[in-house]
Design a protein around this ligand. Structure first.
Ligand code: ZN
Ligand code: ZN
Ligand code: FE
Length: 749
């Protein structure tokens, strides 16, 4: 291409590219004229860098319109797709992304599909998963009494079963879902009974924004996210009044909603003859307002992807299976996001004023998108932590976080970890020269890392343990390209500390070379260790013991704990709290929230991680400015002692104060104590950049409160924008520390 109109050409490259095209950079350099007469796109040549693989993208409007057009050859075909939409990562076996390298390789395109595939003017030109009902994958229904169900019958029969209140396993894009009619109380309760014994909210799917609006408040930012081609689950505030059965999301202000993202999902909602997008009068005509679409797995195991596996593992939970014959290569769970962060987001010095959303889980629709890092760097692997595990690979100028793996507590999860790591390493041709892992000796990820005997360029791969909260802090540094000293506030439930205790309310002064513990929440024994994490009333007693000493029992009685748990149990726990061998020390911020939640009688058992804290957060009021006293010990390191805070809360309980007021006052005291310690550390160490991470900061009131105060004091404050701030972000921090250390030639801590 030569000539005078290069400006127009450049503009078109920038603005006229197809919906899924992603321009990573544009390099312009002048060349002498060669006398070219036309313009063509040549085949890519191997550049030594890596090929990007697209995440899975929801079905596009053009395909939906065709799928609901009676005259289209793909009318009601559940696997319709085009270059602008459809499965990608989940079906890709290797790169380059061509049909033979995907799980579509077993399907031979018919002549019609082939013609579209070869026509540069067609929307399906080089659409690798292109298919139709004549040549592509098919659905089938496996249910008792339905032995001879045709592909055409499978979806209508599934809808009929769901309407009857049956529970159906539905094979999706990155794994199985378990579905039932969300408005059917019996079905929802039966599903909770069969699927899991905890109170975790079920994910929901609704056919359109208007349907979701019946149950939730939706802001414009939330609407944009829900409808984006990445189709995450968005946590939305429940509406008062008309609602779904309580068991969908017990004791929670939020519902977890997503829009359909595969053609098959849409077919479960649309009536025969209805067009998509629906007209206004058609909108009320969907088969369901909402379906429960919870992930198809056994409690903490990975989501099921294969048909035989589904039959054996999910058989006891469901009444039928809606399956298909397109294999899933990479399992990917749904992503979960939440809107509501205040203030601009800063990524690599660029400020974005758009939706302040953040990830709770970064998986389907986002993985394997790379995250840009500063400059070029070596290949490194971060193994993550054991809770909400992810791993992260770095390569060239990027970090590539893998999908949500889950809690590494069984063989199946470890296998999923290895399988995904293998996939991503081969797809991105990554050869890590260093492996970073969590220091916790009991973590499977830790043990796995130590067992590996990898080599890189003939040399053994080096392995480094990285402290948990340091890795949390580094996850933000990675996103923002920071290598210099920061004050890192890492608040979570617990992570293995340098001294073998359970850390989790940490103020670190950190850079790439290492960190110093500049402050922390004062230690409290956790009576019975793990048991106290599951039963926060034990931690509440431990706090009372710390605050009131010999009068702890009386305090427990006045707070109603003896009535609830019995005098003997309270005495035993107080006793155990004094025995070092049964009660490990914890500085965990999450444990403080647990204790307050239990003391108020809001939640005394965590059936899933963070439940007590979420219940406490659900009580927050907008206009309470008061706070409780907190004792901050100005030593090195600083210590935050909540003893007096607990005594003041007891006093309020005694006065019959509203729980919502107590919760808000407590939150305010945490915000002000964090702020005070950060300011103290800032002065002492002369650092003015603050990064905040750790699962406790999923609490928006806390995150926004601390950010606002610190920014008012002219400090630069950063939090996670690209990965979750919970333990799913750990692997990015680990990998970043190793990468930057290798770059600067120092590997030691
Ligand atoms: Zn499409
Ligand atoms: Zn075909
Ligand atoms: Fe953590």
């Amino acid at each position: 291409m030569e000539g005078n109109n290069l400006g127009i050409f450049l503009e078109r490259v920038r603005t006229g590219s197809p919906p899924l095209a992603k321009i990573m950079s544009i390099d312009i350099s002048p060349e002498p004229c060669r006398g070219f007469s036309d313009f063509e796109i040549r085949e890519s040549t191997e550049t030594g860098s890596f090929t990007l693989v697209s995440p899975d993208i929801s079905v596009c409007d053009d395909c939906l319109a065709e799928m609901t057009d009676r005259n289209d050859r793909r009318y009601r075909y559940p696997f319709i797709n085009c270059t602008n939409c459809g499965p990608r990562f989940s079906i890709t076996r290797s790169v380059p992304y061509d049909r033979p390298h995907t799980t579509m390789s077993v399907f031979q395109m018919c002549s019609d599909c082939e013609a579209e595939y070869r026509d540069p003017g067609n929307r399906r030109f080089h659409a690798q998963p292109n298919a139709c009902s004549r040549c592509g994958p098919q659905v089938s229904l496996l249910a008792e009494g339905e032995p001879s169900c045709t592909a055409e019958d499978a979806v209508p029969k599934t809808i009929k079963l769901l309407k009857e209140g049956k529970i159906v396993a539905v094979k999706g894009l990155g794994g199985f879902h378990i579905a039932c009619d969300a408005a059917n109380k019996d079905a929802v309760e039966r599903l909770r009974e069969r699927k899991r014994k905890n109170n975790k909210p079920f994910a929901l799917m609704a056919p359109c924004i208007a349907s979701i609006r019946k149950f939730c408040h939706i802001s414009s930012e939330e609407e944009i996210l829900l409808a984006s081609p990445r189709r995450p689950i968005v946590l939305l505030r429940k509406r008062e009044g008309l609602s779904l059965p309580e068991m969908v999301s017990p004791a929670n202000r939020y519902l977890a909603f997503m829009l359909p993202y595969t053609p098959l999902h849409y077919l479960l909602f649309v009536r025969d003859g209805m067009s998509l997008p629906p007209s206004a009068e058609e909108e009320a005509e969907f088969h369901f307002d909402a379906l429960v679409m919870t992930s198809g797995n056994l409690s903490e195991e990975p989501v099921v992807i294969e048909n035989p596996e589904a039959l054996s593992k999910l058989g006891a939970m469901v009444d039928a299976f809606l399956v298909h014959d397109r294999d899933i290569f990479s399992r990917v769970d749904d992503s979960v996001v939440r809107v509501g962060r205040e203030g601009p987001r800063t990524i690599h010095g660029k400020t974005f004023e758009d939706a302040g959303f953040f990830f709770i889980r970064r998986s389907r629709g986002y993985v394997p998108d790379p995250i840009p890092l500063v400059g070029d760097g070596p290949d490194v692997l971060g193994c993550g932590a054991d809770v909400k595990n992810t791993f992260t690979l770095t390569k060239g100028g990027y970090a590539i976080p893998g999908q949500h793996i889950g809690d590494m507590e069984n063989y199946e999860t470890l296998r999923f970890f290895e399988e995904s790591l293998g996939n991503l390493m081969s797809v991105y041709r990554a050869h890590p020269e260093a492996v970073a892992f969590d220091l916790h000796p009991g973590y499977l990820s830790h043990q796995w890392a130590l067992r590996q005997e990898m080599t890189c360029c003939g040399r053994p791969v080096t392995k480094h343990g990285i402290q948990h909260h340091y890795a949390h802090v580094a996850s933000v540094m990675a996103e923002k390209g920071i290598t210099a000293k920061v004050i890192g506030v890492a608040f979570d439930g617990s992570g293995y500390g340098d001294d073998g205790t359970l850390w989790g309310g940490e103020f670190l002064v950190a850079d790439i070379t290492g960190f110093q513990r500049a402050g922390h929440i004062d230690y409290v024994p956790l009576p019975g260790g793990e048991m106290a994490i599951r039963e926060p009333w034990r931690t509440a007693l431990s706090y009372l013991r710390k605050a009131a000493g010999k009068e702890a029992y009386d305090c427990a009685r006045s707070a109603g704990l003896t009535d609830k748990f019995g005098k003997a149990a309270v005495e035993t726990i107080l006793n155990i709290a004094g025995q070092k061998s049964f009660s490990p020390l914890s500085s965990g911020a999450g444990r403080v929230f647990d204790a307050v939640s239990a003391l108020l009688g809001v939640c005394d058992r965590n059936t899933f991680e963070g439940e007590a804290a979420i219940a406490l957060e659900s009580l927050l009021l907008d206009r309470v400015r008061e706070e409780y006293p907190v004792n901050i010990v100005f030593s090195d390191p600083f210590r935050i002692d909540f003893s007096i805070t607990f005594l003041s809360i007891l006093e309020d309980i005694g006065k019959g104060e509203d729980k919502r007021v107590i919760s808000t006052k407590f939150h305010n005291s945490v915000i002000s104590s964090v702020t005070r310690v950060v300011l103290g550390v800032s002065r002492m160490h002369n650092v003015s950049t603050v990064v905040m991470s750790g699962g406790v900061f999923q609490n928006l009131y806390l995150l926004n409160g601390v950010t606002e105060f610190l920014r008012a004091q002219d400090l630069d404050v950063y939090t996670n924008d690209l990965v979750p701030c919970n333990d799913a972000g750990i692997s990015l921090g680990q990998a970043y520390i190793m990468r930057e250390r290798i770059k600067s030639g120092s590997r030691s801590e």
